[in-house]
Structure formats: structure tokens, C-alpha cells
Design a protein around this ligand. Structure first.
Ligand SMILES: CC(C)(COP(=O)(O)OP(=O)(O)OC[C@H]1O[C@@H](n2cnc3c(N)ncnc32)[C@H](O)[C@@H]1OP(=O)(O)O)[C@@H](O)C(=O)NCCC(=O)NCCS
Length: 173
């Protein structure tokens, strides 16, 4: 199976909505993607799609978030959310390719780290570790092992700690 990963284009917007709706079994995440696309948090190069034989089968989005420390200093960062692969194409490595390509692109764009809320056995495969290691907390109550971060460069999170602030578009998801 040949999988091609590329930046989303306007022609993909409807299919991306559908992939997220199918992947999550609800519209919330699909709507979130549309809201983020029209927000200041959007990084066009970091909305990636996966194609198999001209069919869009997966999508991943990284958008801008901030980490706020105890002194109200704000550090710009990236959050991975959401990602979805069409149900009949799951467990074939497409999600992994989207993550790896996205992390590489983020590094090229000079981002130093990424935060994710997700499955504790999946994201560590790509180098994520509990964000508590850097004293980075979620803005809501979640088990510490599902709230993770990755440094894209050595010491990418050195000196950065605090609570993650998601863009307002995440409210209600
Ligand atoms: C998460 C998702 C994008 C992974 O895509 P994929 O193409 O299947 O990923 P890969 O083939 O690279 O890896 C599959 C592995 O991830 C595991 N996995 C990843 N996220 C998981 C989750 N939320 N729950 C359970 N298992 C998960 C699978 O069990 C599988 O494990 P295995 O390799 O041991 O069998 C896909 O499962 C999906 O669209 N899920 C629904 C939407 C969702 O939960 N998104 C993540 C939260 S933002």
C-alpha cells in the first residue's frame, strides 16, 4: 500500500471533516478542525492528509497552544489534536506516518516541542513522554500518563513548565 502524506489543500476540507466524523463517531472533532483552520492557532503546513490511491484516508492537525507558568509567562508551543484515520484503514501504520511527518515538519518550522492528550501506549512509540516530566500540566483533570510531550530538539522544553492553555476553539469539544 502506497501512502502519500501532504499538506491539506482547500479541495480536501470536506473529506477531512468526514474522516474526523467517521474516526470519532461524532461531529465534535470535525467541527473543531474547521474552527481551528479559521483561527490564529492554525499552522497551514501542519494540517496533513494521508492519501492511498487518490483517496483521503487520514488527517492530523497540530495547532498553536501556549504554556503559562506560575509568573504568567507564556511560551508558544504546539498541540497535536485531533488526528483520525478512516476506520477501514486503521492499524496499518497510517496514523504513525502522519505523526512522524508532522513532527518532522514542526521541527523544520522551528517548533521545539509538541503536547498531546492521547493513548498512553501509542504516542510513546514516537518519543512522547508524560508531560509531568517537565512539570507541564493539562488545564483539566486527566491521568498524568495520557498527557504527554515531546522535545523536537535537545532541551526543547528546558526551562518551560506550567499549565497548557488551549485556543478557545477547543471549548466544548
Ligand atoms: C488513533 C488513530 C488515528 C490511529 O491511526 P492508525 O492508522 O490506526 O495508527 P497506526 O496504524 O499507526 O497504529 C495503530 C495502533 O495505535 C493504537 N491506538 C492509537 N490510538 C488509540 C486509541 N485512542 N485507542 C486505542 N488504541 C489506539 C492501536 O490500538 C494500534 O495498536 P497496535 O499497533 O498495537 O495494534 C486511529 O485509530 C483513529 O482514527 N482513531 C479514532 C480517532 C481517535 O481516537 N484519535 C486519537 C485522539 S486525537
Amino acid at each position: 500500500m502506497r501512502v502519500i502524506i501532504k499538506q491539506e489543500s482547500v479541495d480536501n476540507i470536506k473529506a477531512i471533516y468526514e474522516i474526523n466524523r467517521l474516526g470519532f463517531g461524532q461531529d465534535n472533532e470535525a467541527k473543531l478542525v474547521d474552527l481551528l483552520r479559521n483561527s490564529n492557532a492554525f499552522v497551514p503546513e501542519l494540517s496533513l492528509v494521508a492519501f492511498v490511491d487518490d483517496q483521503l484516508v487520514g488527517h492530523i492537525l497540530f495547532s498553536k497552544i501556549t504554556i503559562v507558568d506560575d509568573h504568567q509567562n507564556e511560551f508558544e508551543n504546539l498541540g497535536l489534536a485531533p488526528m483520525a484515520v478512516k476506520p477501514d484503514y486503521q492499524k496499518q501504520g497510517i496514523g504513525g506516518l502522519l505523526i512522524k511527518n508532522g513532527l518532522e515538519k514542526a521541527r523544520e518550522l522551528n517548533y521545539k516541542s509538541v503536547i498531546v492528550l492521547g493513548h498512553e501506549h501509542y504516542y510513546p512509540r514516537f518519543g512522547f513522554a508524560p508531560a509531568s516530566r517537565w512539570n507541564i500540566k493539562a488545564p483539566f483533570d486527566v491521568p498524568s500518563e495520557v498527557f504527554m510531550a515531546i522535545e523536537l530538539v535537545t532541551d526543547g522544553l528546558k526551562g518551560i513548565s506550567g499549565t497548557v492553555k488551549y485556543p478557545k476553539e477547543f471549548e466544548g469539544v
